[in-house]
Design a protein around this ligand. Structure first.
Ligand code: CUA
Length: 315
């Protein structure tokens, strides 16, 4: 019966410890419901039973009742100890990645997720993992505090700038699960989503080898720019369709006259685009906020050139 209710109120289960989390959650809910009901009924019953009935109905003086006091101390103590040890056991398990874990580095950015595999393959907003094998995430943030949350796995861990935090999980079935950012991090917070794609180990190995080969291919500049547009998360703020986002669209940008918040204007040439990538705060286009971070030290000159070539091709 509870299982059926849980199926409707909780997300699907797809990690080895998700069922344990649900069991404790259900235990706490059921105990709380029983206590709520018992206390409410007792209050109503006593209120009626001991209602003052006449003027000379005097309340007797009761000092204490040892049996009753021991009972109402010991029962909650036992309940709390059960919840504590049950929760602590689960917490230790969730905080201790098995030593044979597959490791993936996670970088949170405003407002996208980057995943780096041991062989150097990097993906954006898509985390591919082998099903049935423990996966350890070593996470950090490039800017503000984000939080990595996969409801299907019952995994949630804050991701901080300047230090690593870790989380781990092992999926039970191949399939897709959604990752939410669950720490309010700015205007793009609600769109900061990713997908965990759990694949059968053979499929995963094939995917990883393909992705590796793809990453080593020599690309023409504009095509390299297109992959950087994806992998560096430019798409989070700059559309290719002409639609305004957190930042201006890239479509038709090259060669257009830009009007800035300080009243000046300039034509978007190579020099302007390069400056906008390395020093985004230098010129802010009217109608937008100064929210972009510098890509100095993240994109090298060749990558910036590739992005500029990519933007040029969108005209
Ligand atoms: Cu990142 Cu909210």
């Amino acid at each position: 019966m509870l299982e059926i209710i849980n199926r409707y109120i909780l997300p699907p289960v797809n990690s080895t410890f998700a069922s344990d989390v649900d069991a404790l959650f259900t235990f706490i809910n059921v105990v709380s419901a029983i206590l709520l009901l018992g206390i409410t009924v007792a209050i109503i019953y006593f209120a009626i039973k001991y209602k003052r009935k006449s003027e000379d109905d005097v309340t007797p003086v009761i000092k204490h009742n040892t049996a009753l006091e021991v009972t109402w101390t010991v029962i909650p103590l036992i309940l709390i100890l059960i919840v504590f040890f049950w929760g602590f056991r689960g917490y230790v398990e969730m905080r201790t990645p098995p030593s044979n874990s597959y490791e993936v580095y996670v970088t949170a950015n405003s407002f996208f997720w980057q995943f780096t595999h041991p062989n150097g393959v990097q993906t954006t907003n898509e985390l591919h993992v082998p099903n049935g094998r423990p996966v350890k995430l070593i996470m950090q943030s490039r800017d503000v505090i984000h939080s990595f949350f996969v409801p299907d796995f019952r995994v949630k861990q804050d991701v901080l700038p300047g230090r690593y935090t870790t989380a781990w999980f092992q999926t039970k079935n191949a399939g897709e699960s959604i990752v939410f950012c669950t720490e309010y991090c700015g205007s793009g917070h609600s769109a900061m989503l990713a997908t965990v794609i759990s694949m059968e180990p053979a499929d995963f190995d094939a995917w990883l080898a393909d992705a590796k080969a793809e990453s080593e291919r020599e690309l023409p500049l504009a095509e390299l720019g297109r992959t950087l547009y994806q992998s560096q998360g430019c798409f989070g703020c700059h559309s290719l369709t002409g639609a305004s986002g957190i930042g201006p669209t890239f479509q038709g940008l090259y060669g257009a006259t830009r009007n800035f918040t300080d009243g000046t204007s300039a034509v978007a040439d190579e020099e302007y685009l390069r400056e906008s990538i390395y020093q985004p705060a230098a010129k802010i286009v009217q109608g937008y906020n100064n929210v972009m971070l510098s890509y100095q030290g993240i994109l090298d000159e060749q990558q910036v050139t590739a992005l500029i070539e990519f933007i040029k091709e969108l005209n």
